[in-house]
Ligand binder design. Structure first.
Ligand SMILES: [Fe+2]
Length: 436
């Protein structure tokens, strides 16, 4: 799938035509009386019509059959662990760590069937909140498209490449890359074997790249490194296609006699995109002390409170560590935000053991956390010199201003909670000495 072509830029106004149908895009207008090739024009709105111009998102699709042509939706029953019931379990303020989530081996499971909700908060009907899901699958979706009516999906593959067909074209997303499929955009996922990853779903707003303030015009995730698919349409005659919709937290399925991937040309700025995390330009202290992890923010979903995110997507990439007379690992911390972490590759610097790729941790609001005893011991006595850290690793964090509840699947059914996690701090001794 590396043959896929992409348009580059973040928030750009793109135009794309499948090369099999030149001039499929109407010139000078969006909705001509008759579209070229007998196509239908359909607008996909990602923001309110009247959203300010700087935030307004919409795309015009020129497709063989309007999306409205489908049979009624009925409940979809093949995905029992995707939910938004945040009251399944009593609240749990403990430090939580999960061993790697199991990928099915015997049973064929698609991306949608393999969605499992770990934690979340808020309400899809009020359009406020988020959910953290993991997906574990081994089978491609066939003649099926999925779309989310509740929010954007930020997908973080940990194992296995996702070959994703969207209404706007195809993209291939490998571990150490991420993609965003915004609210409503239909997509299907092909996989090539055991596949696992994480999803941050946000209900309030769309993801954006953060403002840079005094950093200036360049740095962190640069806009030119985001890639959006080019137009591609399915030319097969399909009579038994199904559309799965996530709507108000539940899944529904509808049949239709045409492919959802029949968009011949499109233009607009409401698009899916992918990003290679190795393109992230890391900013950090070059003198002393430890910057807050917000310097590693790739994408943010803002709330209405200034500077306070519904969720930030933060990474901990390979980089140089040069701070003098400084305890270099992450500091001990209590936070007014929730911190869900996962590991894509390698080992995480603050906890070399126990936090394993494909697993996760959750440090909830005001739940204390920080380096384990072993890390503290080593880093507080280290001979400080410039060194490469996190080489060959990629940890990430979903940081949210919301207080997250863990689902019954996340706390019990998955059987992946590491009940010994708290022990990693127990060997931190009281070294206090009162000097007279
Ligand atoms: Fe923290």
């Amino acid at each position: 799938m590396s043959k896929n072509k992409y348009l580059t830029g973040f928030g750009s106004h793109f135009s794309s035509e499948d090369p099999r149908c030149p001039n499929a895009l109407p010139a000078g207008q969006n909705s001509p009386q008759q579209c070229a090739y007998g196509l239908y024009a359909e607008q996909l709105s990602g923001t309110a019509f009247t959203a300010p111009r700087t935030e307004n998102l919409r795309t015009w699709l020129y497709r063989k059959v309007p999306s409205a042509v489908h049979k009624p939706f009925v409940q979809y029953k093949d995905c029992q662990y995707l939910n938004q019931n945040w009251d399944e379990r009593p609240p749990n303020p403990n430090q939580l760590r999960w061993k790697p989530f199991d990928i099915p081996v015997q049973k064929p499971v698609t991306f949608v069937e393999g969605l499992h909700t770990v934690c979340g908060a808020g309400d899809t009907r009020g359009r406020h909140g988020l959910a953290v899901h993991v997906y574990m699958c081994n089978k491609s979706m066939e003649n099926t498209a999925f779309y989310n009516s509740d929010g954007d999906f930020l997908i973080v593959p940990q194992q296995g490449v996702l070959n994703i067909t969207t209404e706007l074209g195809k993209m291939s997303v490998a571990p150490n890359e991420i993609c965003v499929i915004p609210l409503g955009i239909r997509f299907a996922v092909d996989v090539e074997g055991p596949t696992r990853g994480y999803i941050l779903e946000v209900y309030d707003n769309h993801f954006r790249i953060p403002d840079l303030g005094p950093i200036g015009a360049n740095g962190l995730a640069n806009p030119r490194d985001f890639k959006t698919p080019v137009a591609w349409f399915d030319d097969r005659q399909i009579v038994d296609f199904q559309i799965i919709s996530k709507f108000q937290g539940s899944l529904f399925v509808a049949k239709q006699n045409h492919s959802a991937f029949d968009v011949v040309a499109w233009h607009g700025n409401y698009v899916p995109y992918k990003y290679d995390l190795s393109n992230f330009m890391v900013i950090n202290s070059v003198s002393f002390d430890h910057c807050d992890p917000s310097i590693f923010t790739v994408l943010t979903c803002p709330s209405s409170r200034p500077g306070t995110a519904i969720a930030d997507f933060v990474i901990f990439p390979p980089r140089w560590s040069v701070q003098e007379h400084t305890f270099r690992p992450p500091y001990y911390h209590r936070n007014c935000m929730s911190e869900f972490m996962g590991l894509i590759l390698g080992r995480y610097e603050a906890k070399e053991e126990g936090f394993v790729a494909g697993g996760a941790t959750l440090h909830s609001i005001m739940t204390p956390h920080g380096p384990d005893a072993k890390c503290y011991e080593a880093a507080s006595k280290d001979n400080l010199r410039p060194e490469r850290i996190a080489e060959g690793t990629q940890a990430f964090m979903f940081e949210s201003s919301l207080s997250l509840a863990v689902t019954k699947w996340g706390e019990e059914t998955c059987k992946k909670i590491d009940s010994q996690y708290y022990e990693c701090w127990q060997a931190l001794n009281n070294n206090f000495q009162l000097k007279m």
